[in-house]
Design a protein around this ligand. Structure first.
Ligand code: GUN
Ligand code: ZN
Length: 434
Protein backbone atom coordinates (compact mmCIF):
# COMPACT_ATOMS: atom_id res chain seq x y z
CA UNK A 1 0.00 0.00 0.00
CA UNK A 2 1.39 3.42 -0.91
CA UNK A 3 1.76 5.95 1.92
CA UNK A 4 -0.27 9.02 1.02
CA UNK A 5 -0.56 12.24 2.96
CA UNK A 6 -1.74 15.76 2.09
CA UNK A 7 -1.06 19.30 3.31
CA UNK A 8 -3.58 22.13 2.91
CA UNK A 9 -2.34 25.73 3.01
CA UNK A 10 -1.39 28.61 0.76
CA UNK A 11 1.24 27.17 -1.59
CA UNK A 12 3.80 28.90 -3.82
CA UNK A 13 6.43 27.55 -6.19
CA UNK A 14 8.33 28.62 -9.31
CA UNK A 15 7.88 26.87 -12.62
CA UNK A 16 10.22 29.02 -14.76
CA UNK A 17 12.84 31.74 -14.55
CA UNK A 18 10.99 35.09 -14.20
CA UNK A 19 13.65 36.61 -16.46
CA UNK A 20 12.70 34.30 -19.34
CA UNK A 21 8.90 34.37 -19.29
CA UNK A 22 6.06 36.74 -18.49
CA UNK A 23 6.04 37.25 -14.74
CA UNK A 24 2.74 35.41 -14.09
CA UNK A 25 4.02 32.38 -16.00
CA UNK A 26 7.04 32.00 -13.72
CA UNK A 27 5.15 30.80 -10.65
CA UNK A 28 2.01 29.11 -9.37
CA UNK A 29 0.26 30.39 -6.28
CA UNK A 30 -2.66 28.62 -4.63
CA UNK A 31 -4.27 30.72 -1.93
CA UNK A 32 -6.03 27.62 -0.59
CA UNK A 33 -3.84 24.87 -2.00
CA UNK A 34 -3.38 21.16 -1.52
CA UNK A 35 -0.10 19.27 -1.78
CA UNK A 36 -0.45 15.50 -1.99
CA UNK A 37 2.56 13.26 -1.36
CA UNK A 38 2.71 9.58 -2.23
CA UNK A 39 5.73 7.52 -1.14
CA UNK A 40 7.93 10.58 -0.83
CA UNK A 41 7.03 12.11 -4.20
CA UNK A 42 4.51 14.79 -5.04
CA UNK A 43 1.47 13.18 -6.63
CA UNK A 44 -0.84 16.21 -6.87
CA UNK A 45 -0.74 19.97 -6.43
CA UNK A 46 -3.57 22.43 -6.94
CA UNK A 47 -6.54 24.21 -5.44
CA UNK A 48 -7.82 22.41 -2.38
CA UNK A 49 -11.45 22.82 -3.45
CA UNK A 50 -10.71 21.14 -6.77
CA UNK A 51 -8.50 18.33 -5.48
CA UNK A 52 -10.20 17.37 -2.21
CA UNK A 53 -13.24 15.64 -3.74
CA UNK A 54 -10.98 13.21 -5.61
CA UNK A 55 -8.95 12.39 -2.50
CA UNK A 56 -9.84 9.22 -0.64
CA UNK A 57 -11.53 10.22 2.67
CA UNK A 58 -9.13 8.12 4.76
CA UNK A 59 -6.12 10.19 3.68
CA UNK A 60 -4.68 12.38 6.42
CA UNK A 61 -4.91 16.09 5.46
CA UNK A 62 -2.83 18.45 7.61
CA UNK A 63 -4.30 21.94 7.53
CA UNK A 64 -2.13 25.03 8.15
CA UNK A 65 -3.76 28.45 8.32
CA UNK A 66 -1.80 31.70 8.07
CA UNK A 67 0.99 29.65 6.55
CA UNK A 68 2.74 29.28 3.21
CA UNK A 69 4.14 26.06 1.78
CA UNK A 70 7.18 26.48 -0.48
CA UNK A 71 9.84 24.12 -1.87
CA UNK A 72 12.88 23.51 0.34
CA UNK A 73 15.62 26.04 -0.27
CA UNK A 74 18.72 25.11 -2.29
CA UNK A 75 22.10 26.34 -1.04
CA UNK A 76 24.62 26.12 -3.88
CA UNK A 77 27.72 26.85 -1.78
CA UNK A 78 28.47 26.20 1.88
CA UNK A 79 31.28 24.76 4.05
CA UNK A 80 30.03 22.43 6.80
CA UNK A 81 33.39 22.43 8.68
CA UNK A 82 33.14 26.21 9.06
CA UNK A 83 29.85 26.05 11.00
CA UNK A 84 31.42 26.94 14.33
CA UNK A 85 33.77 29.66 13.10
CA UNK A 86 30.98 31.76 11.59
CA UNK A 87 31.27 35.45 12.58
CA UNK A 88 35.07 35.60 12.90
CA UNK A 89 36.22 39.20 13.05
CA UNK A 90 38.30 41.61 11.12
CA UNK A 91 39.97 40.37 7.93
CA UNK A 92 39.55 39.73 4.23
CA UNK A 93 39.74 36.38 2.45
CA UNK A 94 43.42 35.39 2.46
CA UNK A 95 44.05 36.45 6.07
CA UNK A 96 40.71 34.98 7.12
CA UNK A 97 41.76 31.61 5.68
CA UNK A 98 45.10 31.62 7.51
CA UNK A 99 43.87 33.07 10.79
CA UNK A 100 40.58 31.27 11.33
CA UNK A 101 39.74 28.74 8.64
CA UNK A 102 42.76 26.47 8.38
CA UNK A 103 43.14 25.94 12.16
CA UNK A 104 39.40 25.17 12.35
CA UNK A 105 39.50 22.69 9.48
CA UNK A 106 42.41 20.86 11.12
CA UNK A 107 39.98 19.51 13.72
CA UNK A 108 38.22 17.42 11.06
CA UNK A 109 41.04 14.89 10.98
CA UNK A 110 39.07 13.42 13.89
CA UNK A 111 36.07 11.55 12.45
CA UNK A 112 34.05 11.71 15.69
CA UNK A 113 34.45 15.45 15.78
CA UNK A 114 33.48 15.68 12.09
CA UNK A 115 30.37 13.56 12.72
CA UNK A 116 29.20 15.81 15.55
CA UNK A 117 29.60 18.95 13.45
CA UNK A 118 27.99 17.35 10.38
CA UNK A 119 24.92 16.45 12.43
CA UNK A 120 24.58 19.94 13.88
CA UNK A 121 25.21 21.49 10.47
CA UNK A 122 22.36 19.54 8.90
CA UNK A 123 20.05 20.43 11.80
CA UNK A 124 20.89 24.08 11.22
CA UNK A 125 20.21 23.84 7.48
CA UNK A 126 16.87 22.13 8.09
CA UNK A 127 15.94 24.63 10.82
CA UNK A 128 16.36 27.26 8.11
CA UNK A 129 14.35 25.38 5.51
CA UNK A 130 17.26 24.33 3.31
CA UNK A 131 16.88 20.76 2.07
CA UNK A 132 19.62 20.52 -0.58
CA UNK A 133 23.15 21.95 -0.49
CA UNK A 134 26.45 21.77 -2.33
CA UNK A 135 28.89 21.38 0.54
CA UNK A 136 32.64 21.64 1.07
CA UNK A 137 34.25 19.10 3.42
CA UNK A 138 37.86 19.46 4.51
CA UNK A 139 40.98 17.86 3.07
CA UNK A 140 40.29 14.83 5.26
CA UNK A 141 38.53 11.92 3.60
CA UNK A 142 36.80 11.12 6.90
CA UNK A 143 35.18 14.56 6.98
CA UNK A 144 33.19 13.67 3.87
CA UNK A 145 32.34 10.19 5.13
CA UNK A 146 30.99 11.81 8.29
CA UNK A 147 28.92 14.23 6.24
CA UNK A 148 27.46 11.61 3.89
CA UNK A 149 26.60 9.32 6.81
CA UNK A 150 24.70 12.13 8.52
CA UNK A 151 22.87 13.14 5.30
CA UNK A 152 22.02 9.54 4.43
CA UNK A 153 20.49 9.00 7.88
CA UNK A 154 17.81 11.58 7.00
CA UNK A 155 17.55 10.72 3.32
CA UNK A 156 18.55 14.24 2.22
CA UNK A 157 19.55 15.21 -1.30
CA UNK A 158 23.06 16.50 -0.66
CA UNK A 159 26.29 17.01 -2.59
CA UNK A 160 29.71 17.02 -0.91
CA UNK A 161 33.39 16.52 -1.65
CA UNK A 162 36.81 16.29 -0.08
CA UNK A 163 38.95 19.40 -0.45
CA UNK A 164 41.94 18.92 -2.75
CA UNK A 165 44.74 21.21 -1.58
CA UNK A 166 48.43 20.46 -2.09
CA UNK A 167 50.13 23.84 -1.54
CA UNK A 168 49.96 27.27 0.12
CA UNK A 169 48.31 25.86 3.21
CA UNK A 170 49.75 24.47 6.48
CA UNK A 171 51.38 21.02 6.27
CA UNK A 172 48.71 19.60 8.55
CA UNK A 173 46.08 20.44 5.92
CA UNK A 174 47.67 19.49 2.61
CA UNK A 175 47.41 16.38 0.48
CA UNK A 176 49.24 15.47 -2.74
CA UNK A 177 47.99 15.11 -6.31
CA UNK A 178 48.10 11.32 -5.95
CA UNK A 179 46.54 11.06 -2.47
CA UNK A 180 43.81 13.55 -3.35
CA UNK A 181 43.00 11.50 -6.44
CA UNK A 182 42.90 8.21 -4.51
CA UNK A 183 40.88 9.59 -1.58
CA UNK A 184 38.37 11.30 -3.88
CA UNK A 185 38.07 8.14 -5.99
CA UNK A 186 37.34 5.99 -2.93
CA UNK A 187 34.68 8.45 -1.77
CA UNK A 188 33.10 8.51 -5.24
CA UNK A 189 32.98 4.72 -5.35
CA UNK A 190 31.36 4.55 -1.93
CA UNK A 191 28.98 7.48 -2.02
CA UNK A 192 28.33 9.02 -5.44
CA UNK A 193 24.70 8.50 -6.46
CA UNK A 194 24.08 6.33 -3.39
CA UNK A 195 20.47 7.14 -2.48
CA UNK A 196 20.11 10.90 -2.74
CA UNK A 197 23.82 11.71 -2.41
CA UNK A 198 26.22 13.04 -5.04
CA UNK A 199 29.95 13.66 -5.10
CA UNK A 200 31.65 16.94 -6.02
CA UNK A 201 35.34 17.00 -6.99
CA UNK A 202 36.48 19.89 -4.80
CA UNK A 203 39.80 21.65 -5.41
CA UNK A 204 39.67 24.48 -2.82
CA UNK A 205 40.69 27.22 -5.28
CA UNK A 206 43.47 27.73 -7.82
CA UNK A 207 46.07 29.10 -5.36
CA UNK A 208 46.02 25.96 -3.19
CA UNK A 209 46.31 23.41 -6.00
CA UNK A 210 49.29 22.72 -8.23
CA UNK A 211 48.67 22.21 -11.93
CA UNK A 212 49.31 18.48 -11.33
CA UNK A 213 46.52 18.35 -8.78
CA UNK A 214 44.05 20.23 -11.00
CA UNK A 215 44.88 17.69 -13.72
CA UNK A 216 43.94 14.89 -11.28
CA UNK A 217 40.65 16.66 -10.62
CA UNK A 218 40.00 16.73 -14.38
CA UNK A 219 40.91 13.04 -14.59
CA UNK A 220 38.30 12.15 -11.96
CA UNK A 221 35.64 14.10 -13.84
CA UNK A 222 36.46 12.18 -17.01
CA UNK A 223 36.35 8.78 -15.27
CA UNK A 224 32.93 8.93 -13.57
CA UNK A 225 29.51 10.10 -14.76
CA UNK A 226 27.58 13.01 -13.30
CA UNK A 227 30.24 14.22 -10.89
CA UNK A 228 30.14 17.84 -9.80
CA UNK A 229 33.08 20.22 -9.77
CA UNK A 230 32.93 22.65 -6.86
CA UNK A 231 35.45 25.40 -6.23
CA UNK A 232 35.94 29.14 -5.69
CA UNK A 233 36.45 31.70 -8.45
CA UNK A 234 37.44 35.35 -8.49
CA UNK A 235 36.23 36.30 -5.04
CA UNK A 236 38.85 38.75 -3.77
CA UNK A 237 41.14 41.10 -5.72
CA UNK A 238 44.31 39.95 -3.93
CA UNK A 239 43.35 36.37 -4.67
CA UNK A 240 42.92 37.26 -8.37
CA UNK A 241 46.39 38.87 -8.52
CA UNK A 242 47.87 35.82 -6.83
CA UNK A 243 46.27 33.46 -9.36
CA UNK A 244 47.67 35.51 -12.24
CA UNK A 245 51.16 35.28 -10.69
CA UNK A 246 50.87 31.53 -10.04
CA UNK A 247 49.47 30.68 -13.47
CA UNK A 248 51.08 33.19 -15.86
CA UNK A 249 50.04 31.14 -18.91
CA UNK A 250 46.34 31.52 -18.20
CA UNK A 251 44.45 34.33 -19.88
CA UNK A 252 42.21 34.88 -16.84
CA UNK A 253 41.28 33.19 -13.55
CA UNK A 254 38.64 30.88 -15.04
CA UNK A 255 41.12 29.81 -17.71
CA UNK A 256 43.18 28.05 -15.01
CA UNK A 257 40.24 25.71 -14.41
CA UNK A 258 39.39 25.56 -18.12
CA UNK A 259 42.92 24.45 -19.03
CA UNK A 260 42.45 21.51 -16.69
CA UNK A 261 39.06 20.48 -18.16
CA UNK A 262 37.10 21.50 -15.08
CA UNK A 263 34.25 23.36 -16.79
CA UNK A 264 31.02 21.46 -17.38
CA UNK A 265 27.28 21.52 -16.79
CA UNK A 266 27.92 20.25 -13.28
CA UNK A 267 30.61 22.80 -12.40
CA UNK A 268 29.74 25.32 -9.71
CA UNK A 269 32.00 28.27 -9.02
CA UNK A 270 31.47 30.23 -5.83
CA UNK A 271 31.48 34.04 -6.02
CA UNK A 272 32.63 35.05 -9.54
CA UNK A 273 32.75 38.72 -8.58
CA UNK A 274 35.68 40.08 -10.61
CA UNK A 275 35.09 38.48 -14.00
CA UNK A 276 35.89 39.70 -17.51
CA UNK A 277 33.53 39.20 -20.45
CA UNK A 278 35.43 36.12 -21.69
CA UNK A 279 34.94 34.46 -18.32
CA UNK A 280 31.17 35.02 -18.38
CA UNK A 281 31.22 33.75 -21.94
CA UNK A 282 33.06 30.52 -21.08
CA UNK A 283 30.85 29.89 -18.05
CA UNK A 284 27.83 30.27 -20.31
CA UNK A 285 29.17 28.09 -23.15
CA UNK A 286 30.04 25.26 -20.80
CA UNK A 287 26.78 25.41 -18.82
CA UNK A 288 28.71 26.10 -15.61
CA UNK A 289 27.07 27.92 -12.72
CA UNK A 290 27.97 30.65 -10.26
CA UNK A 291 26.97 30.55 -6.59
CA UNK A 292 26.03 34.11 -5.55
CA UNK A 293 26.99 34.47 -1.88
CA UNK A 294 26.00 37.97 -0.77
CA UNK A 295 26.44 37.69 3.01
CA UNK A 296 29.96 36.35 2.52
CA UNK A 297 30.86 38.87 -0.17
CA UNK A 298 29.88 41.73 2.12
CA UNK A 299 31.33 40.22 5.31
CA UNK A 300 34.75 39.48 3.78
CA UNK A 301 34.72 42.79 1.86
CA UNK A 302 35.08 40.89 -1.42
CA UNK A 303 32.83 42.97 -3.69
CA UNK A 304 29.41 43.12 -5.34
CA UNK A 305 28.28 40.28 -7.60
CA UNK A 306 26.94 41.53 -10.94
CA UNK A 307 23.80 39.45 -11.41
CA UNK A 308 22.65 41.50 -14.40
CA UNK A 309 25.84 40.76 -16.29
CA UNK A 310 25.74 37.05 -15.44
CA UNK A 311 22.15 36.91 -16.73
CA UNK A 312 23.03 38.87 -19.85
CA UNK A 313 25.55 36.15 -20.64
CA UNK A 314 23.01 33.45 -19.72
CA UNK A 315 25.14 32.03 -16.93
CA UNK A 316 23.26 29.82 -14.43
CA UNK A 317 23.17 31.36 -10.98
CA UNK A 318 22.12 29.91 -7.62
CA UNK A 319 22.26 31.34 -4.10
CA UNK A 320 24.96 30.31 -1.63
CA UNK A 321 25.26 31.11 2.06
CA UNK A 322 29.01 30.32 2.07
CA UNK A 323 28.97 29.75 5.84
CA UNK A 324 31.42 30.44 7.59
CA UNK A 325 32.58 33.30 5.29
CA UNK A 326 28.86 33.90 5.02
CA UNK A 327 27.06 35.12 8.11
CA UNK A 328 23.82 33.14 8.12
CA UNK A 329 22.40 29.72 7.30
CA UNK A 330 19.14 31.43 6.42
CA UNK A 331 18.09 31.88 2.79
CA UNK A 332 15.92 34.78 3.97
CA UNK A 333 19.00 36.62 5.26
CA UNK A 334 20.91 35.67 2.14
CA UNK A 335 18.19 37.10 -0.13
CA UNK A 336 17.93 40.16 2.10
CA UNK A 337 21.63 40.90 1.51
CA UNK A 338 21.33 39.97 -2.18
CA UNK A 339 18.66 42.63 -2.55
CA UNK A 340 21.02 45.23 -1.10
CA UNK A 341 23.99 44.11 -3.21
CA UNK A 342 21.86 44.59 -6.32
CA UNK A 343 20.51 47.92 -5.03
CA UNK A 344 24.08 49.16 -4.56
CA UNK A 345 24.63 48.64 -8.29
CA UNK A 346 21.57 50.68 -9.24
CA UNK A 347 19.55 47.61 -10.21
CA UNK A 348 16.58 45.78 -8.66
CA UNK A 349 16.09 42.21 -7.58
CA UNK A 350 12.39 41.48 -7.64
CA UNK A 351 11.03 39.12 -4.97
CA UNK A 352 9.89 36.42 -7.36
CA UNK A 353 13.34 36.37 -8.96
CA UNK A 354 14.94 36.08 -5.51
CA UNK A 355 12.60 33.24 -4.65
CA UNK A 356 13.46 31.56 -7.96
CA UNK A 357 17.20 31.84 -7.31
CA UNK A 358 16.83 30.22 -3.88
CA UNK A 359 14.66 27.34 -5.15
CA UNK A 360 14.24 26.30 -8.80
CA UNK A 361 17.18 28.42 -10.03
CA UNK A 362 19.47 26.76 -7.50
CA UNK A 363 18.17 23.35 -8.54
CA UNK A 364 18.83 24.22 -12.20
CA UNK A 365 22.35 25.39 -11.37
CA UNK A 366 22.86 21.94 -9.80
CA UNK A 367 21.06 20.12 -12.65
CA UNK A 368 18.56 18.73 -10.15
CA UNK A 369 15.46 20.57 -11.36
CA UNK A 370 13.65 17.36 -12.29
CA UNK A 371 13.93 16.19 -8.67
CA UNK A 372 13.90 19.21 -6.34
CA UNK A 373 13.47 23.00 -6.48
CA UNK A 374 9.73 23.17 -7.01
CA UNK A 375 6.56 21.23 -6.17
CA UNK A 376 5.81 19.81 -9.61
CA UNK A 377 4.06 16.44 -9.70
CA UNK A 378 6.63 13.63 -9.78
CA UNK A 379 9.35 15.54 -7.94
CA UNK A 380 10.67 14.67 -4.51
CA UNK A 381 8.60 16.03 -1.62
CA UNK A 382 11.17 18.38 -0.07
CA UNK A 383 9.19 21.34 1.23
CA UNK A 384 8.83 23.86 4.00
CA UNK A 385 5.84 25.21 5.92
CA UNK A 386 6.30 28.90 6.71
CA UNK A 387 4.47 30.50 9.62
CA UNK A 388 3.28 33.96 8.58
CA UNK A 389 2.73 34.90 12.22
CA UNK A 390 6.15 33.74 13.47
CA UNK A 391 6.93 37.09 15.11
CA UNK A 392 4.68 40.03 16.04
CA UNK A 393 6.30 42.23 13.40
CA UNK A 394 6.01 39.62 10.67
CA UNK A 395 2.39 39.04 11.63
CA UNK A 396 1.37 42.71 11.36
CA UNK A 397 3.45 43.34 8.25
CA UNK A 398 2.11 40.30 6.38
CA UNK A 399 -1.47 41.00 7.48
CA UNK A 400 -1.39 44.17 5.38
CA UNK A 401 0.29 42.52 2.41
CA UNK A 402 -1.55 43.10 -0.85
CA UNK A 403 0.02 40.40 -3.02
CA UNK A 404 2.09 37.24 -2.88
CA UNK A 405 5.04 39.23 -4.24
CA UNK A 406 4.75 41.67 -1.35
CA UNK A 407 4.44 38.79 1.14
CA UNK A 408 7.55 37.19 -0.30
CA UNK A 409 9.52 40.41 -0.14
CA UNK A 410 8.58 41.09 3.47
CA UNK A 411 9.53 37.51 4.37
CA UNK A 412 12.94 37.95 2.75
CA UNK A 413 13.61 41.13 4.65
CA UNK A 414 12.10 40.20 8.01
CA UNK A 415 12.00 36.42 8.43
CA UNK A 416 14.48 34.04 9.98
CA UNK A 417 14.42 30.48 11.28
CA UNK A 418 11.44 31.29 13.53
CA UNK A 419 9.32 31.42 10.38
CA UNK A 420 10.20 27.83 9.48
CA UNK A 421 7.39 25.90 11.13
CA UNK A 422 8.43 22.55 9.65
CA UNK A 423 10.76 21.12 7.02
CA UNK A 424 10.11 17.92 5.05
CA UNK A 425 12.42 15.68 3.01
CA UNK A 426 10.83 12.96 0.86
CA UNK A 427 7.57 13.73 2.66
CA UNK A 428 9.11 13.00 6.09
CA UNK A 429 9.34 15.69 8.74
CA UNK A 430 13.03 16.46 9.33
CA UNK A 431 12.56 19.62 11.40
CA UNK A 432 9.71 20.92 13.50
CA UNK A 433 9.94 24.24 15.32
CA UNK A 434 9.49 24.02 19.15
N1 GUN B 1 38.50 30.56 -1.10
C1 GUN B 1 39.26 29.49 -0.77
N2 GUN B 1 38.80 28.87 0.33
C2 GUN B 1 37.73 29.59 0.73
C3 GUN B 1 36.82 29.43 1.82
O1 GUN B 1 36.92 28.54 2.66
N3 GUN B 1 35.82 30.35 1.89
C4 GUN B 1 35.68 31.36 0.98
N4 GUN B 1 34.68 32.21 1.10
N5 GUN B 1 36.53 31.52 -0.03
C5 GUN B 1 37.54 30.63 -0.17
ZN1 ZN C 1 33.32 29.19 0.09
Amino acid sequence: MPIIKAWRSAILHCIANPTDVAHEQAFQYFEDGLLVVEDGHISALGDAQTLLPSLSPDIDVEHHSNALIIPGFIDTHIHYPQSDMIASYGVQLLDWLNTYTFPEERKFADKDYASQVAKRFLEELLRNGTTTALVFGTVHKASVEAFFEAAEAQDLRMICGKVMMDRHAPDYLTDTPESSYQDSKALIENWHEKGRLHYAVTPRFAPTSSSEQLAQAGKLLSEFDNLYLHTHLSENLKECEWVQALFPDSSHYLDVYDQHQLLSERSVFAHGIHLCDQEYQRLSETGSAIAFCPTSNLFLGSGLFNLEKAELHKVNVGMGTDVGGGTSFSMFSTLNEAYKVIQMQGQNLDPMKSFYLATLGGAKALRLEDRVGNLAVGTEADFVILDKAATPLLNTRLARSSSIQDTLFALMILADDRAIKATYAMGQCVHRRD
